[in-house]
Design a protein around this ligand. Structure first.
Ligand SMILES: [Zn+2]
Length: 191
């Protein structure tokens, strides 16, 4: 459960920790705003993937197995190692329907929900995969995530523009034979 009071205290401590005066005019309401922001960004911390699946289980009958692709769902999240923002995050999902398709907006809603937790990019893909395979009753699903991590771009090694890509795939998308074929094609296309 989100504890606004604790978050507000934490906000005040951060301000004190950097040697600022939390009672000066510009900062007086900052702990409260910080608490609200964290509440909004971490709203799904105590809500399970199962519950997200139940909430978004809006499907329609489909009698073909043509691939469905939803590209570039824009979201952001916070990394669990630094609480830093993962931003410019674009999620693309593909799947092969097995008698049913999910409402397209639900895919975006699922992606948005799992990002409202402390995350690592790899787990965001795994969470979306788990929820979609639960709803769609198939593992023929692939998820590509591209994001910038402010813990890499704005601190430490400070490399703006560095993009992290992760792929989570199951069923036909992860068949070893297919992977090998792609590996081969990628190799001969390169130098
Ligand atoms: Zn980080």
């Amino acid at each position: 459960m989100i504890n606004l009071e604790k978050l507000e205290q934490a906000g005040r401590l951060i301000i004190e920790g950097i040697g600022e005066n939390p009672d000066r005019e510009g900062l007086i309401d900052t702990p409260r705003r910080f608490a609200k922001m964290m509440e909004e960004q971490c709203r799904y911390t105590s809500i399970s993937n199962k519950e997200i699946a139940e909430k978004n289980n809006k499907c329609f009958y489909c009698d073909n197995d043509n691939m469905v692709i939803v590209k570039n769902i824009e979201v952001f999240s916070r990394c669990e190692h630094h609480l830093a923002l993962m931003y410019n995050m674009r999620i693309s999902v593909g799947y092969i329907p097995c008698d049913k398709v999910i409402g397209l907006s639900k895919i975006a809603r699922i992606a948005d929900s799992v990002c409202r937790r402390l995350q690592i990019q790899e787990r965001i893909g795994k969470d979306i995969f788990e929820i979609l395979s639960d709803i769609l009753e198939t593992s023929d699903i692939i998820i590509l995530i591209e994001a910038e991590h402010s813990c890499m771009t704005a601190r430490g090694i400070s490399k703006p523009g560095t993009i992290t890509k992760t792929i989570t795939a199951g069923g036909v998308f992860s068949a070893p034979a297919l992977k090998k074929k792609e590996e081969f094609l990628a190799a001969i296309r390169g130098n």
